[in-house]
Design a protein around this ligand. Sequence first.
Ligand code: SAM
Length: 268
Amino acid sequence: MRPERSWRSLPIVRHLLAWRLRTLTPLHGGAARGTPIVRYYQHDFLDRYRSDIRGRCLEIGATSTVKRYGGDAVTEAEALDLAAHSDDVTVVADLSRADHVPSDRYDCFLNQFTMTVVYDVEAALYHAIRILKPGGVLLINFGCVDYYLHRGLDMGTGAPLYMYNWFTPLQVRDIFGRLGLSDDDVQVHVYGNLMSRIAFQVNLSAEELTERERDIVDPGQPLLICARVEKPQDWRTDKPTYRDPTYTPTEAPASLRADTGHYGDAYR
Ligand SMILES: C[S@@+](CC[C@H](N)C(=O)[O-])C[C@H]1O[C@@H](n2cnc3c(N)ncnc32)[C@H](O)[C@@H]1O
């Protein structure tokens, strides 16, 4: 995806607009304008592994992304979520407690922009792999920095979401290792650099960055970690011991707004 160029991407305009970075709150009150940089990176990742999105596919919350990227190669598209909030959701489950979802069922599981709000990550990844057919593929991402949902966020998907995790590449590789996966089974792609991390937090879109500002990868400044995991034919690992949170905020969670997404009403 090459973000559309606008007058805002002209060099002189970009430099004049740089004064806006000196801000205490996200630009435009958090309202999205253009493509969030993390979606730009996720597109690059999904485009690279488009051929894995085929057969019986599962996605979190919706089926639109597997259909868009897999096209005719997708024979069945199902969504998993905490509640049946739309007709797409045929699998109601907390992924970290998904014992009732049969094993060896899916050719591809797309799990995007969700692991930051899952408390028991190891259990969720255990089930994510268990429900794949042998040779099936998990396409997953992990956020490294983000707006912190300090009150939680109600997306109307079954339960308020709380942000428990921001990830590092080392941590992601370590969890997959603990789940019995080797380097041959897991390809990790790290995206981001100092500018794109700042841009994401300040709410600048991908269109407002230059190609270099978007695409240079500085391993010391990761913004998004994407991983392709192929379930080994003989995958066998013990189910992790389940862990539950000991504390939940008592304030009312923020409500999702179409224009401000994960910021909810925080800056409106
Ligand atoms: C921020 S949205 C991301 C998915 C969205 N389709 C996208 O592409 O951005 C997070 C989704 O994960 C779901 N979710 C959060 N925790 C979950 C869990 N433990 N098990 C299953 N789904 C969960 C939420 O209900 C919500 O639909």
